[in-house]
Design a protein around this ligand. Structure first.
Ligand code: ARG
Length: 423
């Protein structure tokens, strides 16, 4: 009864079944402490700390975990944890510079207005001349059953999707639902027929109330897409934003979850050209591109040709605007370097082949021929405990283990995944 009343009037917490409570991982006290221990070991190894310091810190953390089911990372641990989370993200091809991730400690910030203010600053800092910096803002963590505010939208900068009365759909189809929601909350687009209207994003406060925030236009750089030689493309009026700021992934470090930890990197040209513009469920532009560039659509390769030209245009336009971008061939080379470096340090790389291999010229990229496995190590990022969050757990495979210990690890992993499944 008490719980029900709390659910109706009080703060949302992990027991009331809010949208966030359904997404965050459920760990037993033992699992949490195992992750904390593994993380602190990794941190102290990297920092080269001696035994006395390690033992003191672990005693502290263990006591906090036992008492409150929570412990606070110090700023160095937080920064290291966030970088490690990036290094462990199996779906990212651009992890070579993982150590250079800049971490903004925003754990004191709560409440939609201040989160929004920080997001404008984040966008400004990420793209303030001299190339795009990889940056993460880490807001308050989940503490026991206490849930902080969080961002509901998948990215801070996105384009709206308009349904016209004659049945045409304009804009980014992926955001049809978000656009409907924004309109229902009173948002009006500048232009009912705009294909690149900036969409507001949504923050949930700690009471689970939804707040709509206008995107900070002054800090959003958009780039007009033009082809270096073929002028036909400019007639389509394509554009894209410079900084992808991903805001719906939960950062998990040493058993502590940070549900609001938006981060940005910079684009690889295929993300925009081969997917956002070309996917049928996104902008579906290939037929228009072919027409604009007078590509012969009677050959079966008209799509390939359009895709290549579109990639050329996106790369060229970003480079011309001095917005950092990488093409997929270079990204693939850089991933190979990352892979070699990690192995030289005695670490296996967690990687998801379906995501690492670019959607363009796949087998011409070296990563296509690389054997990969994603063993979902922590720290990491995840979206939902029922999907990717389920598999996350410490990885001990880099250490020498005897065969029975390897088998025991394998059984434990299976068991944990099974135990966490939503039946
Ligand atoms: N693929 C997403 C998009 O097209 C962005 C994901 C993050 N990408 C990145 N390069 N960090 O908007």
């Amino acid at each position: 009864m008490k719980r029900k009343i709390k659910a109706m009037f009080g703060r949302a917490d992990a027991t009331t079944g809010s949208a966030l409570a359904r997404r965050i991982r459920r760990l037993s006290a033992l699992e949490r402490s195992e992750e904390a221990r593994a993380f602190l070991d990794a941190y102290h190894d990297a920092a080269g700390h001696g035994r006395a310091l390690r033992q003191r810190r672990w005693a502290e953390v263990r006591r906090d975990l036992r008492k409150r089911g929570h412990y606070d990372h110090n700023p160095e641990e937080l920064a290291f944890g966030a970088r490690l989370a990036w290094r462990n993200t199996g779906r990212c091809i651009g992890r070579l510079p993982w150590e250079s991730l800049e971490v903004a400690d925003c754990r004191e910030i709560a409440g939609p207005d201040v989160i929004a203010a920080r997001m404008s600053d984040h966008l400004r800092e990420a793209d303030s001349g001299g190339g795009i910096r990889s940056l993460i803002s880490v807001f308050a963590p989940v503490k026991g059953t206490d849930l902080p505010g969080w961002i509901e939208s998948s990215q801070i900068v996105r384009y709206a999707c308009h349904h016209l009365s004659d049945g045409t759909i304009i804009g980014d189809r992926q955001n049809a639902e978000a656009t409907r929601l924004a309109r229902s909350m009173g948002w009006q687009p500048d232009d009912e027929r705009g294909a690149f209207d900036l969409l507001p994003y949504f923050v949930r406060d700690s009471n689970d109330r939804r707040v709509m925030i206008e995107p900070p236009r002054d800090h959003i750089r958009e780039i007009d897409i033009e082809h270096p030689v073929r002028s036909g493309l400019s007639t389509l009026g394509l554009r894209w934003y410079a900084v992808p700021l991903v805001s719906d992934m939960i950062l998990t470090i040493g058993g502590i979850d940070y549900p609001c930890a938006p981060f940005n990197g910079f684009y690889m040209c295929t993300e925009i050209a081969s997917r956002n513009f070309a996917d049928v469920q996104r902008y579906n532009l290939l037929p228009q591109i072919a027409r604009a560039l007078a590509i012969d659509t009677t050959t079966p390769f008209w799509r390939d040709e359009s895709l290549t030209e579109l990639n050329r245009a996106v790369l060229h336009s970003f480079q011309k605007a001095k917005a950092t971008i990488v093409d997929h061939h270079r990204a693939s080379e850089q991933f190979m370097t990352f892979h070699q470096r990690e192995q030289a340090r005695g670490r296996r790389v967690a990687a998801d082949w379906r995501w690492i291999v670019p959607p363009q010229a796949a087998a011409a990229c070296e990563v296509f021929h690389l054997k990969m496995r994603n063993f979902h190590p922590v720290p990491n990022f995840y979206r939902d405990r029922g999907m990717d969050g389920l598999r996350l757990m410490p990885w001990y495979g880099d250490r020498y283990r005897r065969r029975p210990a390897i088998w025991a690890d394998r059984v434990t992993r299976r068991w944990k995944i099974w135990k966490r499944m939503a039946w």
